[in-house]
Design a protein around this ligand. Sequence first.
Ligand code: RTP
Length: 152
Amino acid sequence: MSGNRERTYIMIKPDGVQRGLIGKIIQRFEDRGYKLIALKMQSATTEHLEKHYADLKGKPFFPGLIKYMASGPVVAMVWEGLDAVKTGRVMLGATNPLQSPVGSIRGDFCLAVGRNICHGSDSVDSAEKEIALWFPEGVTQYTSALDTWVFE
Ligand code: RTP
């Protein structure tokens, strides 16, 4: 088996929620074979978002980014599977949607860097920190063998 079994933090940003893209984004991760192990909708506080984006403090776009992220609820998710961090980022596309290939989430659904509808952890280390920040209560453990759920 190539690739590592990993967990990544994927977030649908307020514009993705408002535009009704939650189902489509989740569908792509399910279709690819990733397993959803945590999901919640949350209106994040400015303080919480500043922790999430602590690395970007000082960037000129930081205040606008926090305002955008606090403008409505986000969908916070943890996905698990082979190479989830790197492949998750490939599925999202480039930070700037105009540089995202068609077929990626950003390449198919958005245009502006400041309205790029989704977030994905950029390393296994960041994923661990982001999962702990957004899911301090922990995540679910379950088996996904289909037989039990299709046949009585
Ligand atoms: P994300 O964390 O949201 O997945 O994005 P990323 O790693 O691809 O990009 P990062 O550099 O960490 O930037 C975080 C988010 O800030 C907004 N941004 N705006 N106006 C700008 O030049 C600019 N640059 C970045 C984007 O929403 C980006 O996703």
